[in-house]
Design a protein around this ligand. Structure first.
Ligand code: HPA
Ligand code: ZN
Length: 345
């Protein structure tokens, strides 16, 4: 079931077609599935009921969320668990108009608990391989390094993932940002680029604009995840616009993690006005109160975005994706042909 503030769009009004580019698969673990997997695996959660767990979803900052996010992962143990998690996400994504999803996973959060990398990638791949046929959704997988772990651990993870690189499109960087600048991971990103992978990194969520510069200039990223703090640096905005570097913004996440005080004060309109290639995404939807379409609806209502702005965001999501050109063009044509009520209030 969706979390209380998330509502499934009605079948009569199909949501705008869109790509989800900032989605942590572990952040889609809904309380119902967490308890089901806990029972299946004989894991005891430190919460008696789903409601009690939901009440813990009140965060003061990124770290307070990460503490719960990593704790709940204890229920993910087998290949079936990872496949079930991804299937549950894809079923919801379909309802939300998601046509393409580029999905993060955190290998170190699992290998550190003794779950082999092959179990994680095997389970996720099983669901993603069926995604097009079962849900009509194309997918890519992005392997993230935990930036609060060492550079050596990221290198070790990358080497362990070499047998699976044909299933991985890009590497990313997530977890606690402040104090862990992108430059710490220069070497592993160079290896990833040499191996032909795309590169993304979380930067400018809680960290300063300097971290966004480093992600661009030291890591050579193709996209910035979050990047809302880039607006504090005019030269940086000019650079992002000139190089058409996409920013995967996550509005409900920003409010829940107190990156932004209030959705009505979100800089998304300013980012669009600045000419940034900005997209709207859900980050960790089980924890932050909404999936992809819920984020679109929330910014529409709080910021008064009109139909044209919503279509721009949907177009941007495909423009910013790692799709091949033919598939990208087909999805863009779907957005252009969309007859739904993108601006319905
Ligand atoms: N920021 C950093 N790390 C994360 C996030 C996030 O929003 N979600 C999951 N890991
Ligand atoms: Zn994220």
């Amino acid at each position: 079931m969706p979390s209380s503030s998330s509502s499934a769009p009605s079948a009569a009004r199909p949501p705008l077609p869109k790509a989800e580019l900032h989605l942590h698969i572990e952040g889609t673990l809904e309380p119902e599935l967490a308890f089901a997997l806990a029972a299946r695996n004989g894991v005891t959660l430190p919460y008696a009921t789903e409601d009690e767990l939901r009440r813990a979803y009140s965060f003061s900052d990124l770290q307070s969320f990460l503490d719960l996010y990593y704790a709940l992962m204890a229920v993910l143990r087998t290949e079936d668990d990872f496949a079930d998690l991804a299937h549950a996400y894809l079923a919801r994504a379909k309802e939300q108009g998601v046509r393409h999803a580029e999905i993060f996973f955190d290998p170190q959060a699992h290998t550190a608990r003794g779950v082999p990398l092959g179990t994680v990638i095997g389970g996720l791949s099983r669901a993603l391989d069926a995604a097009q046929e079962t849900y009509g959704i194309t997918t890519r997988l992005i392997m993230c390094f935990l930036r609060d772990e060492s550079a050596a651990s990221a290198l070790e993870t990358f080497e362990a993932a070499r047998p699976y690189l044909d299933r991985i499109t890009a590497v990313g960087l997530d977890s606690a940002e402040v104090g862990h600048p992108p430059s710490k991971f220069r070497e592993v990103y160079a290896l990833a680029r040499e191996a032909g992978l795309k590169c993304v990194a979380h930067a400018g969520e809680e960290g300063p604009p300097a971290y966004v510069w480093e992600a661009l200039d030291v890591l050579g990223v193709d996209r910035i995840d979050h990047g809302v703090r880039a607006l504090e640096d005019e030269r940086l905005v000019a650079r992002l616009v000139a190089d058409r570097i996409p920013l995967t913004v996550c509005p409900l996440s920003n409010v829940r993690l107190r990156v932004i005080d209030d959705l009505a004060a979100h800089p998304l309109p300013a980012m669009l006005d600045a000419g940034l290639l900005v997209t709207v995404n859900s980050d960790d939807p089980a924890y932050f109160g909404g999936y992809a379409h819920d984020n679109f609806t929330a910014v529409r209502d709080a910021l008064g975005l009109d139909d044209a702005a919503l279509r721009t965001l949907a177009r941007n999501s495909f423009e910013a994706s790692f799709l091949d050109e033919a598939t990208r063009a087909a999805y863009l044509a779907e957005v252009d042909a969309y007859q739904g009520e993108a601006d319905a209030h």
